[in-house]
Design a protein around this ligand. Structure first.
Ligand SMILES: [Zn+2]
Length: 269
């Protein structure tokens, strides 16, 4: 979760420059498609030079950031992240845009071009960050009965946990890890879960997200596991290796297009 990183790096600082490397990163709406590029978007952001960065807000996987009267909606997609570099250094590989604060630049890197930034009026920022999303999984945690009500569907629980309109903030990794913590088979139809299952899942979601937030060292850059970073997870990307809790070998299977990991010992079908 990069909200705390952006806050520690730049909150209260003056934006002194904008470096647009990939014009299509500035979009007219939250979208994973470069074709939704905002014409002249780079110029809009350059007009914000001299503004002061406010406190970033987060809802699900979206961020909102104020620059005086301007709002910047940020969606990191699947592979986007921010890094900080001295302004004199060349920009890193796969960089899309850079926000300059004096002698430092915050670069948004994204290998797949799904990530975007959307300039909007500040008054619309709070709503825009939430639009189309359910409650934030960590900031507005749902209890077991609320979860049960939000997931009246026979589709697999792990798949629907990733639907941001029902609950915002769970991606492929956290959905699988939350199911592991709750001891629930990820392919189980959501509407077949018992009230005990929902209670454990509600707890599992919050514990999973809180742990991942606590593990972040805001002074350090995060590297995705898929890009060679350390793997702190119990089942994610651990197929063929023993479960840390019971020793049974973790398995993986494609589920709705995403590789899903679970322990058949802890999460029996
Ligand atoms: Zn296990």
């Amino acid at each position: 979760m990069c909200r705390r990183q952006l806050a520690s790096w730049a909150e209260g600082r003056t934006l002194t420059g904008v470096r647009v490397i990939d014009e299509a990163v500035v979009r007219h709406k939250v979208s994973t498609r470069p074709s939704d590029k905002l014409e002249g978007g780079g110029g809009v952001l350059e007009g914000w030079v001299g503004c002061t960065a406010g406190a970033p807000i987060r809802h699900g996987k979206r961020l909102g950031w104020s620059f005086d009267d301007n709002g910047l909606l940020i969606h990191l997609g699947m592979t986007g992240r921010w890094v900080r570099r001295p302004a004199s250094d060349p920009h890193p590989k796969s960089t899309r845009i850079g926000l300059v604060f004096g002698d430092e630049v915050l670069w948004m890197i994204d290998t797949r071009r799904f990530a975007c930034v959307v300039p909007i009026p500040l008054g619309e920022l709070d709503q825009a960050v939430r639009r189309g999303h359910g409650p934030d999984a960590l900031l507005e945690p749902m209890g077991g009965s609320q979860l049960a009500a939000a997931f009246q569907t026979k589709r697999p629980i792990k798949v629907v946990l990733m639907e941001q309109k029902r609950i915002a903030g769970l991606g492929n990794i956290h959905a699988a890890e939350a199911c592991f913590r709750a001891r629930i088979w990820p392919k189980r139809p959501a509407n077949a879960l018992s009230s005990g299952d929902w209670d454990r899942l509600a707890q599992g979601i919050v514990t999973q997200l809180q742990t991942s937030v606590d593990d972040i060292d805001v002074g350090k850059e995060s590297v995705y596991v898929s890009e060679g970073g350390e793997n702190p997870f119990s089942v994610y990307r651990r197929a063929g290796r023993p479960c840390p809790d019971c020793g049974v070998v973790v398995v993986a299977e494609e589920l709705a297009g995403r590789t899903t990991y679970w322990c058949p010992g802890c999460q029996p079908s």
